[in-house]
Design a protein around this ligand. Sequence first.
Ligand code: PGA
Length: 255
Amino acid sequence: MTKKKIVVANWKMNPKTSLEARDLFKKVKLRAKVFSEIEVVICPPALYLPLFSKMTQKNFSLGVQNVFSEQSGSFTGEIGPGMAADAGASFVILGHSERRAMGETDQLVAKKVSASLSSGLLVVLCVGEKERDSSARFYEFLKNQIRTSLGAVKASDLKKIIIAYEPVWAIGKSFKDAMKPAELYEMTIFIKKVFADMFTADVAHSVRILYGGSVNFENAPQIIKEGGVQGLLVGRESLDAESFSKLLKAVHESR
Ligand code: PGA
């Protein structure tokens, strides 16, 4: 298993024009070249994928932010995993909390995971509790999310899955409000335990876990060093080439 650090950039519904998207992509690619030991995955809006499909390189690839659970058919407005792969995506983000807030269930996410794997996409599966309750029910919530979303996945396919642990309460907040590394460390241990119960201790040991939620260059080093994660899923800070470049540098230095 590779211990390479992974940084996934989730551009969400940004930027507004393909011109701006091209500009951002080109700048970020130049910076990513400098830190070639980091696996960088850019996830632009799906419409922009073909603009960049010829501009990827080793350690610098494309992902899509969502796909549907079927490959084709009468599903107005949806995109099949095979189509995303054909347009240049190697990765897919599934189950992001912003999609779950629009009604996506763990069951639907599970179908999307299977369909994506069968199209050869690598899955970044987002999980995370909405809030923390004093009786710690969020542990159970997280366990169920993982178990259901990965219910149909064979142990041999787990190397194609990356878990992005994103506590919803820490997304889009001030950078001081990202999860504390010590708390994150507990959660990564918990996630590994869920994997050990579902599969084997070896699988649990090798599962790749990223953290997402208000990450920037200042909090990234500690999160990586002390949080027990192999990388980051980044929203806002991926939309500005300068900030993203500082973030990559911080990840590079946190080895
Ligand atoms: P943020 O978003 O970095 O802006 O908090 C993270 C995410 O939603 O994946």
